[in-house]
Design a protein around this ligand. Structure first.
Ligand code: AVJ
Ligand code: FE
Length: 440
């Protein structure tokens, strides 16, 4: 890798560790080792897992070093131990976990300085490996942020409010026409793209309309007020069964009190903000809302075309606004704020066709199953993506306020089970274009 990528790797690793420190030093040792939800690991597991993956991929695979503590590999293997069982493992205590992660990091920084980043290690391209590990830590930072949202007790994190939407937000059209035809999906050139984003390939997508902004809490409340949660017509059968079984009638963390909807957000209870993108809904809830609205979720290909296709040049760009890295004027990313920004903001981040907030704010559920692209090759390990391919997982796109820019781009793919709602998930809707709409 060239010096630029080396500098970016250093920068991304350092930024991830600062965030990891915030997430693991803002609660006491008891809270670090407690399990706040069976859906999540104790925070101290994530902390040592971050260090262990970094040791395995960078120190051992790229650097060819011997294991520092071979006996702990199995404890921090996500596939050996499901999240619910992790509290009963012989976990490193908080001070030990911190010491281990920082010892690994010290050696990694030394390695980064000295590795000729061309082709590099015997098993993986070293330039990719450093980027992959920075993304891995940031993904666990988002996971730990979810744990913070699930924990009970007073607020431990704080951040400034996101920017208000500009005066033009009120005049935005509800949706935007994306013309039909082929576009390039995925990437073969993005240096830190993960295996599931590769390779670039052509896809033909018929004309469709997509919401200008994510669906807001206000719009979602209209669905609720219309009896949406009690009408099986809107729901996939398994989704309706889930909401009946668990008595679900609102997004996670919402509750009704004194005729008002409140929600708990990182230890603070507040009225549900009507203009904010709805958060903490399952795929089933998103799918039901869309059907109620006479629409549907966008497919993954539609989402990516809306986010990357430049109708002027026919080229797919890295981000809706172009190829430049995200800055705070483009998108709500990186845990700079602890909530999505009101719908209609981030004008600078809009796509050529005027779609807003595709990147940042909320992960957006798509209609699509998580499947490999034509020509997919697992890299560097099957367990990153390949074992999750199939109809069990749905794709989410665009990243939330809790995603760092290093783990977010127009091609980035996330996935989860359709019942999940503790994640920072929202959605926007789409529909087929009318037959006469697509004439140029
Ligand atoms: C891509 C977010 C589904 O957190 O399970 C972390 C990322 N992979 N460690 C996850 C991941 C291995 C993954 N997701
Ligand atoms: Fe992991």
């Amino acid at each position: 890798m060239n010096e630029d990528l080396r500098r970016r790797a250093l920068d991304a690793l350092t930024r991830a560790r600062t965030r990891t420190a915030t997430l693991t030093e803002s609660v006491d040792d008891r809270e670090l080792t407690a399990q706040h939800s069976p859906l999540m690991s104790p925070l101290v597991w994530d902390l040592a897992h971050i260090g262990n993956q970094e040791e395995q991929w960078l120190l051992r695979t790229v650097g060819g070093r011997a294991a520092l503590r071979p006996e702990i590999d199995s404890v921090y293997d996500a596939f050996e131990h499901p999240r619910a069982t992790r509290p009963s493992l012989p976990l490193l205590a908080p001070a030990e976990a911190r010491g281990y992660a920082s010892e690994v990091r010290g050696r990694v920084l030394d390695l980064l300085e000295r590795t000729p980043l061309e082709g590099g290690g015997p098993l993986v391209d070293s330039a990719f490996a450093f980027g992959m590990i920075a993304q891995h830590e940031q993904q666990h930072d988002e996971t730990m942020l979810i744990t913070h949202q699930l924990r009970e007790g007073p607020a431990a994190l704080s951040a400034p409010e996101p920017p208000r939407a500009g005066p033009d937000a009120a005049e935005l059209p509800a949706d935007v026409l994306v013309p039909g035809g082929p576009f390039t999906m995925g990437t073969s050139t993005e240096p830190w793209a993960l295996d599931n984003e590769r390779p670039a390939h052509r896809r033909t997508v018929p004309a469709f309309r997509i919401d200008t902004t994510p669906v807001t809490c206000g719009a979602y409340l209209a669905f609720m007020a219309d009896g949406g949660y009690r009408d099986p017509r809107w729901w996939a059968a398994e989704g309706y069964e889930q909401i009946r079984r668990h008595d679900i009638g609102a997004p996670l963390f919402w509750r009704r009190e004194g005729g008002q909807w409140l929600r708990r957000r990182f230890g603070v209870t507040e009225p549900v903000p009507l203009d904010e993108p709805v958060l903490h809904v399952s795929w089933y809830e998103a799918d039901a809302y869309a059907r109620w609205a006479g629409r549907r979720l966008p497919t993954e290909a539609e989402w990516e075309k809306a986010a990357r296709h430049d109708p002027e040049t026919g080229r797919s760009r890295r981000f809706p606004w172009g190829d430049a890295e995200p800055t705070p004027v483009h998108a709500n990313l990186g845990q700079r704020h602890l909530r999505p920004a009101p719908a209609g903001g981030y004008r600078e981040g809009r796509s050529p066709l005027g779609v807003r907030q595709l990147i940042g704010d909320v992960w957006e559920w798509t209609a699509s199953d998580f499947l490999p692209y034509p020509g997919f090759a697992a890299f560097p390990y099957r367990e990153y993506s390949e074992v999750f391919f199939g109809s069990a997982h749905k794709v989410l796109r665009g990243g939330s306020f809790g995603v760092d820019p290093v783990a977010c781009r127009g091609t980035f793919r996330n996935w989860d089970l359709p019942v999940r709602r503790q994640i920072f998930s929202g959605f926007r809707t789409a529909r087929d274009a009318d037959p006469l709409e697509d004439t140029v």
